[in-house]
Design a binder for this molecule. Structure first.
Ligand code: HEM
Length: 389
């Protein structure tokens, strides 16, 4: 059965025929049931994401009501992901430069070491823990801190969905305090390795007098929430591709850059972040449609990636692709500064899973479904386990 709407599509077994129908409709279509403007064509998605008048949060609700006034809301209100204007520009620059300065080869070796050492257990848990533990390690935390940080990061991230419950909001408050304390201790004790991502962020922050210490700390915490669901989703979606596409595991295993290419194509073909939103503050025009203050746009990144004007034969899964173009990490001033790192996390994670003998045949036979979400496509594999080393 076709998805009922663009939110239902996120967790549908195959939303792509529905996305094709959307792309063939008007450039910007109003969905009465969702009360949202929907953008699905690549050119319109790019126009929306590059539009200077559109905002990442509604003007009337800069922080979601469920967490406003508490510790999680205090962090949320300072995240570059959730702000436009000066706060965004200044602190994004710090993060972007620090992330761009990571040495790709050294980072890959460190992340692979973390992935290989991670204890076995249910795959549905492992794929969340692995990138969070790798990020904690790169920031300069010790291995002992890893499990607590991963648990806090998941609890904090769980408050970010429109579907979050009161219990999740409360747990996110506790997690925001705990993660904040951990980061402050790392800072105060000067325990961060000089070559760590934490040290790189601090070095970038020293260059700019307008950086605010609390906002910087909130955004270091925000790196965990930006990593959490999306990178777990990329690992899961890569496992799905390996189980679904005949011969892919062999193809990947026989190339030096096989895991990197796998992540690039998975992130394009069936991306873990299917959509994002933009909000109209002042009246403006998008794709020829006049929009009014208070209007909301649903921007379907996954539909844009399958637009034949963006990628040739977009429905085909190709490890090697000429001019692969991917809007799954966003575009414009809010585009993901962690794309390369996310792909490294997922490439190393899946390499470790294959080395540990993940049973792709049994995953293919038993199938998978998707976690309830309005934007994340994160597979659930039920009984599948990662063997202990
Ligand atoms: C597969 C994993 C990931 C995906 C698919 C992903 C995707 C995205 C997307 C689509 C955006 C833009 C949202 C918008 O414009 O509305 C974004 C923003 C962001 N991402 Fe990622 N991301 C991933 C992993 C990461 C990682 C690992 C980090 C850093 C450790 C990171 C850091 C950020 C930050 C800081 C922003 C906000 C940028 C800004 O607003 O200026 N992401 N990500």
């Amino acid at each position: 059965m076709s998805p009922a709407n663009a939110i239902d599509a996120v967790t549908h077994p195959d939303p792509y025929p529905y996305y094709t129908t959307l792309r063939q409709g008007p450039p910007l279509a109003f969905d009465d049931t969702l009360q949202l403007w929907v953008a699905s064509r690549a050119d319109v998605v790019a126009e929306v994401l590059e539009h200077a008048a559109l905002r990442v949060r509604p003007v009337t609700e800069p922080v979601p009501r469920g967490i406003a006034g508490g510790p999680a809301g205090e962090v949320f209100g300072r995240l570059v992901r959730m702000n436009d204007g000066a706060l965004h520009t200044v602190h994004r620059r710090v993060l972007q430069r620090a992330l761009a300065g990571l040495d790709p080869e050294g980072t890959r070796n460190e992340v692979l070491r973390v992935a290989r050492r991670l204890p076995g257990g249910p795959l549905d848990e492992w794929m969340f823990a692995m990138p969070l533990r790798a990020l904690a390690h790169l920031l300069g935390f010790t291995g002992e801190d890893g499990p607590g940080i991963a648990a806090d990061a998941r609890a904090f991230s769980a408050c970010l969905s429109p579907l979050s419950t009161r219990e999740q909001f409360d747990a996110a408050d506790a997690a925001a305090l705990s993660l904040g304390d951990r980061l402050r201790r790392l800072l105060a004790g000067r325990r961060a390795r000089p070559d760590s991502l934490f040290a790189a962020v601090l070095a970038q922050a020293h260059e700019d007098a307008s950086v605010n210490a609390d906002t910087l700390l909130a955004n270091l915490l925000g790196l965990f929430s930006q990593t959490c669901d999306s990178t777990a989703g990329l690992i899961g979606q890569a496992v799905v591709a390996l189980a679904r596409e005949a011969g892919l595991a062999t193809q990947v295993g026989t190339r030096v850059d096989g895991f990197e290419l796998l992540m690039q194509e998975v992130a394009r073909h069936d991306p873990p972040v299917q959509n994002t939103r933009r909000f109209v503050a002042d009246g403006c025009t998008v794709a020829g449609v006049e929009l009014h203050p208070g209007d909301t746009l649903l921007v379907i990144l996954a539909a844009a990636n399958r637009d034949p004007t963006l990628n040739a034969e977009p429905d085909a899964f190709r490890l090697e692709r000429v001019a692969r173009r991917n809007l799954g990490f966003g575009r414009g001033v809010h585009a993901c500064p962690g794309q390369a790192l996310a792909q490294t996390f997922a490439a190393c994670g899946v390499q470790a899973l294959i080395e540990q003998g993940i049973d792709l045949n049994s995953i293919r036979t038993s199938g998978w479904n998707y976690r309830v979400s309005v934007n994340g496509r994160i597979p659930c594999f039920g009984a599948s386990v990662v063997a202990a080393r």
